[in-house]
Design a protein around this ligand. Structure first.
Ligand code: UD1
Ligand code: CA
Length: 456
């Protein structure tokens, strides 16, 4: 049994007041469109078809080959949009789910229920409805005295009595494919707006005495559509809580989930504690028993077990087990801290590997370097890795002791067990077990003394 999605995403989204197409606005780090397509994966069996129009290039570029795109030009309403998929799908699928790309909170299991309902429906379509006090401009579901669905009436044409109806059209439908295409062509242009409304398809089925089924959903929050940036922030908060709850149910602690920002797709192991004001982005994977935050931003990084990360920022970094960093550590792309590394305040590491047990307590910059096990990096150590043209490597062996404020002018190599004195400027390789010092300060001329005026 083939089930294919037709996702409508051609509308302008005027009320967003944006250069960015509405469906590309992000929610917990991923475009609205991503969330809808992700949910639909659990209900559809075939590659989705996305109807694009406004901002088609950007939307198509984002989708790449995850969906087949069809262009709706001009945009003459949701019924007209659905027809655009006919040349691609006619005769190729058993069921078609049609839904709107501006409803990112709908869950996979909800779409699944809709498809299951349609599979046992002798009629041609099933639709999703919700009972709510706040209609939010949704179409109203009109039922006959016997309780069966008769029509969907859009808010602006609804009579005052119809406006009181609490059952609303969510905007997700499952059709028998061989009925859908002809029925779409029978939709008439709405005389007031000059558009073809997909919602009129219900009356077409009813006129033909075919049963229409409704799945009445009980979670209104899941069905909210996004028309303005206020709706977007409401959806963001709902999605954030959904993601956080799932992590908590899987064994992650959060002191305050309302101020804990975790993107869809981030993985976190058991007994890890996420402290407030922490942001976990992108392809981040975190192991077990860590304490992360407060005030920490992590993007596209991998973290082992039992690490402590306090008030720090990292991107494209790897931490192995029992690593302890911060406050105010900055790890950039290619930073790899092996087990038991300690990195204290105001350090920066980029494109470098720090082997097991390296200590780097205070105010250092380590770039394009490899540092051996148990080496100690003194306060204020800098790898001068850039000569104005290219990046040069620094290689530091095991059990090395770098004195405070050492400049390591790359390319340079320090053998195992080497030591540098405070303030050393190292321009040549240092052999194993050797101490280097200097350059010492020397007098070059007399200077005039300036007496500071005291202010009291
Ligand atoms: C629609 C429904 C309404 C339902 C509500 C739920 C219709 C006529 N009305 O209203 O019953 O309660 O959604 O959210 O369907 N689109 C196109 N091409 C077009 C027009 C729209 O692709 O020519 C797309 C839009 O990009 C959007 C979706 O269809 O993703 C819905 O369009 P929108 O204008 O937001 O419809 P609503 O007024 O919200
Ligand atoms: Ca809408």
């Amino acid at each position: 049994m083939k089930v294919t999605t037709v996702l409508l995403a051609a509308g302008q989204g005027t009320r967003m007041k944006s250069e960015v197409p509405k469906v590309l606005h992000p929610l917990c780090g991923k475009p609205m469109l991503w969330h809808v397509l992700e949910a639909l994966k659990s209900a559809a069996t075939e590659k989705p078809v996305v109807v694009v129009g406004h901002g088609a290039d950007a939307v198509q570029k984002y989708l790449a080959d995850s969906a087949d795109c069809v262009l709706q030009e001009p945009q003459l309403g949701t019924g007209h949009a659905a027809i655009q998929a006919e040349p691609l799908l006619k005769g190729k699928t058993d069921y078609v789910i049609v839904t709107y790309a501006d409803m990112p909170l709908l869950r996979g299991e909800t779409f699944k229920r809709l498809v299951e309902t349609q599979r046992i429906n002798t009629g041609p379509l099933s639709l999703l409805t919700v009972i709510a006090d706040d209609p939010r401009g949704f179409g109203r579901i009109v039922r006959k005295p016997d309780g069966t669905v008769e029509a969907i009436v859009e808010e602006y044409v609804a009579t005052p009595e119809q406006q009181q109806i609490k059952e609303l059209n969510v905007g997700a439908y499952c059709f028998k494919a061989d009925w859908l295409w002809d029925a779409l062509h029978r939709i008439e242009k709405n005389p007031k707006k000059g558009e073809y409304y997909l919602t009129d398809i219900v009356e077409i089925a009813v006129r033909d005495h075919l049963p229409v089924q409704a799945v009445v959903h009980d979670d209104f929050m899941e069905t909210i559509g996004i028309n303005t940036r206020i709706h977007l922030s409401e959806a963001e908060a709902a999605m954030r809580m959904r993601i956080n709850r799932e992590h908590m149910l899987n064994g992650v602690s959060m002191m305050n989930p309302e101020v804990t920002y975790i993107e869809a797709g981030v993985k976190i192991g058991r007994d890890t504690v996420i402290m407030p004001n922490t942001y976990l982005h992108g392809k981040t994977e975190i192991g077990e028993g860590n304490v992360i935050g407060p005030n920490t931003i992590i993007r596209d990084s991998k973290i082992g077990n039992r690490c402590k990360i306090l008030s720090s920022d990292m991107e494209g970094a790897i931490l192995e087990d029992d690593v302890d960093i911060g406050p105010f550590a900055r790890l950039r792309k290619g930073a790899h801290l092996k087990s038991h590394v300690h990195m204290g305040n105001f350090g920066e590491v980029k494109d470098s590997t720090l082997a097991e047990g390296v200590k780097m307590g205070h105010f250092s910059y380590i770039g394009n370097a490899t540092i051996g096990t148990n080496t100690n990096i003194g306060a204020g150590t800098i790898t001068a890795n850039y000569d104005g043209e290219k990046k040069n490597p620094t290689l530091i062996g095991e059990d090395v002791f770098i004195g405070s404020d050492t400049m390591l002018v790359a390319p340079v190599k320090l053998g195992d067990g080497a030591r540098t004195g405070a303030g050393a400027v190292v321009t040549k390789d240092v052999p194993e077990d050797t101490l280097v010092v200097g350059m010492p300060a020397r007098a070059i001329r007399k200077v005039e003394r300036k007496t500071r005026k005291s202010s009291h």
